[in-house]
Design a protein around this ligand. Structure first.
Ligand SMILES: *[C@@H]1O[C@H](CO)[C@@H](O)[C@H](O)[C@H]1NC(C)=O
Ligand SMILES: *[C@@H]1O[C@H](CO)[C@@H](O)[C@H](O)[C@H]1NC(C)=O
Length: 212
């Protein structure tokens, strides 16, 4: 191969990889779409051949064309959450409430380092609250209420110093509610209607994961 030919190939390769990386967010959202059923066609505008997802309905980007909001509350969608959503590294608002999402919450969502608000309430999500959520240092609002979540509330969540609103009511959580950090300020309503979740008054008297 001549040097010219080599350099030419290199330029092509670099271009291709730049194009791919610049649309990794569109690809991640497209993967999510392939796992959803969308009877009202709210995702009709999600065309994966576009250079980025910034013109798609229910997706908002910043001035650098990075996705900062996903607004699909009350959208009649069903299906599962995919780990690829964690590629939305600039995402601040993940709004997927009041749908029929099922399955477990991917632990990878703990890598959404820009997230301010995660609203997954009013779905049919199963499994545990990922302890990886303790990495969501910017998180202010976490609403997981009205799902089918089990297990205990990860103690590590008490490290979320910016968390000002939590709602995990109406699940099947168990164990003891953490007491430190932001948990000092959450009202009892945040934890209501869980099968075997006990208040801090029992802490120290019973093993932490009793009945979990
Ligand atoms: C926590 O909130 C404060 C005030 O809104 C903000 O300045 C700070 O950057 C936040 N911390 C993180 C890790 O996002
Ligand atoms: C708990 O369940 C009761 C009875 O269904 C309901 O009235 C109440 O609003 C629920 N509490 C919360 C915080 O949702």
């Amino acid at each position: 191969m001549s040097l010219q030919c080599f350099l030419f190939s290199l330029v092509i390769l670099l271009n291709v990889s730049l194009t791919i990386s610049s649309n990794s967010e569109g690809n991640a959202l497209h993967v999510f779409r392939t796992r959803l059923s969308d009877p009202k066609n709210v995702l009709q505008s999600w065309d994966p051949t576009l250079v980025n997802p910034c013109t798609w309905f229910h997706v908002t980007c910043n001035s650098n064309n990075n996705v900062v909001r996903l607004d699909l509350g009350n959208s009649y969608i069903s299906g599962i959450l995919v780990p690829e959503l964690s590629e939305l590294q600039h995402l601040k608002y993940l709004e997927l409430y009041n749908n029929n999402l099922q399955g477990e919450i991917p632990v990878e969502l703990g890598n959404l380092k820009s997230l301010i608000s995660m609203d997954l309430y009013g779905n049919a999500l199963e499994g545990q609250i990922p302890s990886s959520f303790s990495k969501l240092k910017s998180l202010k609002f976490l609403r997981l209420n009205n799902n089918k979540l089990v297990g205990s509330i990860p103690r590590a969540l008490s490290a979320l110093s910016n968390l000002t609103f939590l709602d995990v009511s109406n699940n099947n959580l168990c164990g003891t509610i953490p007491v430190d950090g932001p948990f000092e300020n959450f009202p009892v309503q945040s934890f209501e209607n869980n099968s075997r979740l006990s208040g801090p008054e029992l802490q120290g008297l019973v093993p932490y994961d009793l009945g979990c």
